[in-house]
Design a protein around this ligand. Structure first.
Ligand code: HEC
Ligand code: HEC
Ligand code: HEC
Ligand code: HEC
Ligand code: HEC
Length: 244
């Protein structure tokens, strides 16, 4: 993306110069038809090529140049876009070591939450998937996908056998007991507690402010949030259910 922006800002800089040249040419009685020459936007990667092709399809006057080595189908435009969205620092949620998009995997491709978070039903921690699980799919992808930084990072971890240090988002203090198992078995969807994760390019903790019976606001993962739902659903409110 960066070099498109660069090209664009160079174009902006070049514009007054081009106008000046145009005026000079016209006043010399020459044709202005060559004034745009040398202004073509040049793709510097497959992802940039996808964007330039899309822009040129909308605006036939736009002059674009796609070098042969970047005129490829893979990585797909969808993969390029979701990779970029997952590294957007302005989107809510922490930046992860790999540009991994839930929207792309769990939304578009409908990969089941439990396929990757299989621990939810059997262990206290839902866990995040291993590098092996990612590679089960990604080792079968065309090599061109290595152009994406996230895929390269994934493969580096695969080679060095080092787990990925994902930034943790939902984390309870040590003194609190929580098991996914009981909650999932009681029939709650993941989304009930985590929001529409399949629509998130980058996971973040969703807002959910609840007013306790006695009027104190509590947010997600705070005690009031747990107790409120327990009260509504007839689950235990005994201190020792959640604190040993
Ligand atoms: C069940 C198969 C499957 C698994 C498991 C899987 N992926 Fe993917 N991944 C895909 C598909 C399909 C795409 C989209 C390809 C496209 O759109 O061209 C993709 C795209 C990506 C991309 C590029 C687009 C983006 O969203 O950033 C990255 C990076 C990525 N995966 C990382 C991972 C990581 C890390 C894991 C493990 C946590 C993982 N994948 C697990 C199937 C999988
Ligand atoms: C292809 C594998 C994959 C699928 C499918 C997937 N996840 Fe994830 N999930 C991950 C990875 C990798 C992380 C850690 C990086 C991140 O936060 O994006 C994660 C993180 C999370 C987190 C935050 C963990 C924390 O630290 O608090 C939640 C919540 C979550 N996923 C829920 C879901 C839900 C709900 C679904 C289904 C709608 C789902 N995931 C589908 C791989 C997956
Ligand atoms: C009743 C609310 C609730 C439901 C339902 C729920 N979660 Fe969670 N989830 C939590 C809480 C609370 C935490 C923090 C747990 C901790 O710190 O011990 C958490 C943590 C996580 C994490 C962080 C990593 C980890 O190892 O704990 C992932 C991933 C996750 N949930 C995925 C899911 C998925 C996938 C589902 C659906 C199958 C799901 N959750 C359903 C409340 C819920
Ligand atoms: C969306 C509603 C909901 C939320 C939010 C919720 N719980 Fe629960 N929880 C339940 C229900 C319902 C049960 C009873 C399940 C059963 O008995 O089968 C339960 C059961 C439990 C149990 C006892 C089950 C067992 O493992 O033996 C503990 C401990 C617990 N919850 C802790 C928590 C904590 C801690 C939080 C907040 C971080 C929390 N819960 C948030 C609905 C919720
Ligand atoms: C349904 C689960 C649940 C029940 C029942 C519960 N707690 Fe908590 N408690 C939590 C969670 C989650 C936290 C951590 C989040 C927070 O600090 O709000 C917490 C935190 C606390 C803290 C530490 C607050 C702090 O500032 O660090 C105390 C003290 C506490 N609980 C006491 C109690 C007492 C006393 C009871 C019984 C009347 C009780 N809890 C019942 C879930 C529960």
């Amino acid at each position: 993306m960066r070099s498109i922006h660069l090209t664009r800002s160079l174009t902006v800089l070049a514009l007054p110069l081009a106008v000046a040249a145009l005026v000079a040419w016209v006043s010399l009685g020459e044709s202005a038809s060559h004034a745009d020459e040398g202004q073509a936007l040049v793709a510097g990667s497959v992802c940039e090529a996808h964007e330039l092709k899309a822009r040129a399809a909308e605006d036939p006057h736009l002059s674009v140049e796609i070098p042969k080595e970047f005129d490829k189908a893979f990585p797909t435009r969808a993969a390029c876009l979701s990779h970029a969205a997952a590294e957007d620092p302005d989107a809510p949620g922490p930046l992860q070591p790999i540009q991994f998009s839930h929207k792309h995997h769990a939304g578009t491709f409908e990969i089941d939450c439990q396929y990757c978070h299989s621990g939810t039903d059997v262990s206290p921690a839902a866990g995040v998937p291993s590098v092996e699980l990612c590679m089960g799919c990604h080792s079968q992808f065309p090599k061109e996908y290595d152009q994406l930084e996230g895929i390269r990072t994934l493969k580096q971890h695969w080679e060095t056998k080092e787990p990925i240090q994902w930034e943790q988002i939902h984390r309870l203090p040590e003194h609190v007991q929580f098991q996914h198992r009981a909650h999932v078995r009681a029939g709650f969807d993941c989304q009930r507690c985590h929001g529409a994760v399949e629509e998130m390019e980058k996971v973040y903790m969703t807002e959910d402010t609840i007013w306790w019976p006695w009027g104190l606001p509590s947010k997600k993962l705070e005690m009031g949030w747990c107790v409120d739902c327990h009260r509504e659903n007839g689950a235990s409110q005994d201190c020792y259910a959640c604190h040993y």
